[in-house]
Design a protein around this ligand. Structure first.
Ligand code: G6P
Length: 595
């Protein structure tokens, strides 16, 4: 979702900002813009990709050493040049970039209109910048103007602000939405995440909620939420620019699929002897709530039956966006497992806060250290997937699964006296089995080609295979725009089988004890004209010839980790042969910071 980058230093800001915006493209956006400070605040905006903005900037190279850049994922108003950020105040002397939503913007807009302000765009951000201007004119103080503005706002935001009257500085503040400050030598940065500035500095200050920072080339000065000066504590990132580049692969997604053996290995290595939660906490817990969105939710769906089997604790996995509205019965001492690659997903964060308020003990699984979910959780464990750039997750999902297996084993150990040794050995064997599966990509390309006519597709399975099918189906929709449905295999005949026509592809995942039942359900669709494909690790006795992809074997509980790999390739190649934008699918954002 929206990306912010800002630069103040000795160099020309323009190219640094454009380059930074390119690094932020993965977050998802539909227009982009920059402000560079010279005598005046100079703006350049373009609908579409950063490439368009970059082409525009080569015809009109803005000079100056301070500036802001923004990629916008439209919330208020269609993507166009006028609605793109940065937005300027009516007198053109203040520029604002914003990630988030000002929920009471209509009310604030009316107030400003009554004071004579005029609005050109449909955005809430233009209201934000004029409100800063209004308070700046009243107080003649940049910090006070920002503080009064954010006090008036309902919603959430990350702001980057430049005042022409203080033009060497960038001001930054945030509430719920991410913003970090890159600490360079003779230059400093602001950014939505580490990626745009990692080639300049690995040192960051992680801005806290409600803080306001003034960032100049020499200094970062921070006021806390009570306007008391705060010490700038440095956090150093442990990965470098190569991790966030394609390294010879055609797409980030392909690279990240190939990074899965390492992501899973590193995650397991780091957490093999982890306690996750104090023994007393586990002993006292009567219920586990898992909250997450998208693929992280699917990892949670895999975890539910495994935790119930090993630890015998009742476990529920919820869509984070629904959690607060369905009156979940949370008792003090329940455990809430929060799963999020980015650690910034607004719905997941809201669910975390709700569970916490109701007395649950939080255990979060995030990939981004220092993210909001990490900071708000009393217990966090990290997936060691490294930066994930492709919008559709692969390696972070796989790392989440392996961490959830380890958590389930630990819960089983404390609750049921489980001897987890054998299970841990099996989990340790997953990276090499995943490695082996990476060799299957050419076979999968052929399968994808054989379905290149498909507009609708079904993926069926039972139990853990159904959870795996849900993830496979999401991936296929995200990447290739093929309408696909994951179905509990046994449920298909209760209505949905009516959609099966001659040639409808039906993929069956059959890796559990229920494999034969799933195959019977598949055959019911074949009798009605379906074109089948099976993913299995079992020896099946089929009377007809059906294309079958043979998976390696592990404990049934851990099969979703292996099933995921060929199905990720299937989505990748289905998108590839349809010429889709694989790393940045239409309408999607990597980090979804609005509810
Ligand atoms: C977005 C992405 C999904 C992702 C979901 C959750 O919707 O498009 O691929 O699974 O967010 O993201 P998180 O960062 O919380 O894991």
């Amino acid at each position: 979702m929206c990306g912010i980058v800002g630069y103040t230093g000795e160099k020309q800001a323009l190219n640094i900002l454009i380059d930074g915006l390119k690094k932020l493209e993965y977050r998802g956006y539909d227009s982009a813009g920059i402000t560079v400070v010279n005598e005046n605040l100079q703006n350049l905006k373009a609908k579409g990709k950063v490439k368009q903005l970059s082409d525009l900037s080569s015809q009109n190279p803005l000079t100056g050493n301070v500036g802001l850049g923004h990629t916008r994922w439209a919330t208020h108003g269609v993507p166009n040049d006028i609605n793109s950020h940065p937005h300027l105040s009516n007198d053109g002397k203040i520029a604002l970039v914003h990630n988030g939503i000002i929920e009471n913007y209509s009310e604030l807009k009316e107030k400003l209109q009554s004071k004579g302000y005029i609005f050109h765009s449909e955005t809430d951000t233009e209201v934000g910048v004029n409100l800063i201007d209004y308070y700046y004119k009243e107080t003649k103080d940049t910090f006070k103007a920002i503080r009064k503005t954010i006090n008036d706002i309902h919603g959430h935001f990350a702001f980057g602000v430049i005042f022409q009257e203080d033009k060497d500085a960038i001001y930054a503040t945030r509430l719920q939405n991410p913003l970090v400050i890159g600490l360079g030598k003779g230059e400093n940065f602001i950014a939505s995440d580490f990626t745009p500035t990692i080639s300049y500095t690995k040192d960051f200050y992680l801005l806290e909620e409600g803080e306001i920072a003034k960032v100049t080339k020499e200094k970062v000065f921070v006021l806390d939420e009570k306007d008391i000066e705060k010490q700038v504590v440095k956090y150093t990132v442990d990965w470098d620019i190569e991790a966030a580049e394609k390294g010879g692969y055609e797409h980030f997604m392909l690279k990240e699929i190939h990074e899965q053996p390492k992501a899973v290995l590193d995650t397991i290595k780091d957490n093999l002897n982890e306690q996750f939660l104090a023994e007393e906490v586990i002993k006292n817990a009567n219920k586990i709530h898992i909250v997450a969105c998208g693929s992280a939710l699917h990892a949670g769906l895999v975890a539910k039956p495994i935790i119930e089997k090993l630890a015998k604790i009742s476990t529920e996995t919820y869509y984070a966006s629904e959690f607060r509205y369905t009156n979940p019965l949370i008792n003090k001492g329940d455990i809430c497992i929060v799963i999020s690659q980015s650690g910034e997903t607004a719905d997941t964060l809201a669910a975390l806060r709700h569970a916490k308020k109701e007395g649950a003990i939080i255990l979060s699984i995030v990939n981004v250290l220092g993210s909001t979910i990490d900071r708000e959780s009393e217990n966090t464990v990290y997936t060691k997937a490294g930066p994930e750039i492709a919008v559709a997750t692969t390696k972070a999902y796989s790392a989440q699964l392996s961490l959830l297996y380890l958590i389930a084993c630990r819960l089983g150990e404390v609750k049921q006296g489980l001897d987890k040794k054998e299970l841990l050995e099996e989990i340790k064997s997953l990276p090499s089995k995943i490695e082996e599966l990476l060799k299957s990509k050419d076979d999968i390309l052929e399968y994808a080609k054989s379905f290149n006519y498909a507009k609708n597709l079904f993926i069926i399975g039972r139990g853990l295979d159904f959870a795996a099918a849900m993830e496979a189906s999401l991936k296929l929709k995200e990447l290739s725009y093929i309408h696909s449905e994951a179905y509990a295999a046994g449920e298909l005949k209760h209505g949905t089988i009516s959609l099966i026509e001659q040639g409808t592809p039906v993929l069956a995942i059959a890796t559990q004890a229920t494999a034969e039942k799933t195959i019977s359900n598949l055959l019911e669709t074949v009798s009605r004209g379906a074109s089948p494909l099976i993913f299995t690790n079992k020896e099946l006795n089929l009377d007809i010839d059906i294309k079958t992809f043979k998976l390696p074997t592990t404990n049934d509980m851990f099969m979703p980790s292996l099933t995921a790999i060929p199905l990720q390739f299937f989505s990748y190649y289905s998108a590839y042969i349809r010429d889709c934008d694989i790393d940045m699918p239409r309408n999607l954002a990597k980090s979804v910071t609005v509810e």
